[in-house]
Design a protein around this ligand. Structure first.
Ligand SMILES: [Cu+2]
Length: 70
């Protein structure tokens, strides 16, 4: 796993899927606990489309789609 310091390329007319084992979002050193069942407000930033607020559900480790890695 490595950080995409320049972001994820997303040319016009294409899609990108974020999922475990592929490109994904990852909170590094969160400033508060993220208990399962909670939610996290975040903002996706697009080079040309601007900012898009999103809400993530916090799932327990081992839940479908969750895969711990370091
Ligand atoms: Cu990761």
């Amino acid at each position: 796993m490595r950080e995409l310091v320049d972001g994820l390329p997303l040319p016009a007319g294409t899609t990108a899927e974020l999922k475990p084992g592929g490109h994904h979002l990852m909170f590094i050193q969160p400033t508060r606990a993220l208990p399962a069942g909670g939610q996290v407000d975040a903002t996706l930033v697009f080079e040309r489309a601007g900012r898009m607020p999103v809400v993530f559900e916090v799932r327990p480790l081992g839940a479908a789609g969750a895969r711990p890695h370091y």
